[in-house]
Design a protein around this ligand. Structure first.
Ligand code: 2BA
Length: 109
């Protein structure tokens, strides 16, 4: 058994949830925040049998789209008062960031 941790954009998360339900894939959704953009994204935790890992990865891959987003770096208020680095920067976000981890034990009590 494996634990898949998938970080996807909020815009893709509802479609992915529906696909998981249709395919009887059990998942937990967490509302998370990207450390760089500091905006919301969605993290799925999916405990899944080894032989279904590739199917789940394919579903995530098909559902998650890369998008360009602008972020404004924080204003620099150090002693030099140098605020030259505050122009918006365009970054590409996603499709999805996915980790696949082994599970030592799985219990449901
Ligand atoms: P954020 O940390 O908000 O990052 C959003 C996007 O900003 C990233 O997209 C990447 O294109 C860019 N970015 C991140 N850090 C950067 C930096 N230091 N310099 C320049 N650009 C940077 P993705 O790579 O697709 O990541 C989307 C989200 O997935 C991230 O949101 C974060 O929540 C998560 N993530 C990505 N890599 C991760 C990792 N190694 N460990 C944990 N979470 C990760």
């Amino acid at each position: 058994m494996k634990l898949i941790i998938a970080i996807v954009q909020d815009k893709d998360s509802n479609r992915l949830s529906s696909q998981f339900i249709d395919a009887n894939v059990r998942a937990t959704r967490l509302s998370t925040t990207g450390g760089f953009l500091r905006s919301g994204n969605t993290t799925f935790m999916i405990g899944i049998e080894d032989e279904r890992v590739d199917t789940v990865l394919e579903m995530i891959k098909e559902t998650s789209h890369a998008r360009n987003q602008f972020m404004t770096p924080p204003v620099n208020l150090d002693v030099t008062m140098d605020n030259a680095a505050t122009y918006p920067v365009e970054v590409q976000v996603g499709g999805a960031t996915v980790f696949v981890l082994p599970i030592d034990q799985f219990h449901q009590f």
